[in-house]
Design a protein around this ligand. Structure first.
Ligand code: ATP
Length: 196
């Protein structure tokens, strides 16, 4: 069983994936894979620097994700360009990780892919079920430590609208209350999936 968890920035995807992990699901974190690629995949690094300029580098010549984010979260065309460069490599690594888990666990492998762009990209073709985590803007503002209110507004505008995400989902988790409420809903989904 391969699940995909998605939702807007700061909605609680990673927290929800953590609950699945406590119920024997292996977690694949698409964002983390993206960060590793920016650090270690030299052909892709080069393409990104060529595309977005040397000003995205920090003093140690590493790609500064904040600077890159400032560019792409303000421009849909640039955001699409970045995704087109990154996407294939991310998908490839997700497939590798799925294979490694299947080699370890066999046909009964339980995997959850935490991917903000699950529905916008071909990542959705890799999953059996889609879970959308939803939180109101007010909660997202309060919980997001890494982004300002205006940055969040900008990022939300770039992402697929919630109602569209919900249309493509098999399960929706409401994450507007406390962690216990989130956990209860995730466990209900796990129970349902176990019954199948
Ligand atoms: P991002 O898009 O930035 O990767 P995310 O969707 O993965 O974010 P999380 O990192 O899971 O979101 O959650 C954002 C923050 O909100 C975290 O600090 C997390 O601990 C907190 N959080 C998530 N759900 C709840 C909740 N129900 N009650 C209180 N805090 C929560």
């Amino acid at each position: 069983m391969i699940l995909g968890i998605t939702g807007s920035i700061g909605s609680g995807k990673t927290t929800a994936a953590g609950i699945f992990s406590r119920h024997h699901y292996s977690v694949i974190d698409a964002d983390r894979i993206g960060h590793e690629i920016l650090k270690k995949n030299f052909p892709i690094r080069k393409r990104i620097i060529n595309e977005f300029g040397k000003e995205i580098l920090d003093n140690s010549k590493n790609i500064n994700r904040k600077k890159l984010g400032d560019i792409v979260f303000n421009d849909k065309k640039k955001s699409r360009k970045l995704n087109s460069i990154m996407h294939q490599a991310i998908i490839k690594e997700i497939k590798n990780q799925i294979q490694r888990i299947k080699n370890q666990c066999g046909g009964n492998a339980k995997v959850v892919i935490d991917a903000p762009l699950l529905l916008e990209t071909k990542t959705k073709n890799l999953v059996d079920k889609v879970i959308v985590v939803n939180a109101d803007k007010r909660k997202i503002f309060a919980r997001s430590k890494h982004f300002s209110k205006s940055e969040i507004e900008r990022i939300l505008k770039m992402q697929m609208p919630l109602n569209e995400k919900i249309r493509h989902s098999d399960f929706v988790i409401d994450n507007n209350k406390d962690l216990a409420h989130l956990e209860k809903q995730a466990e209900k989904i796990i129970e349902k999936l176990n019954q199948k």
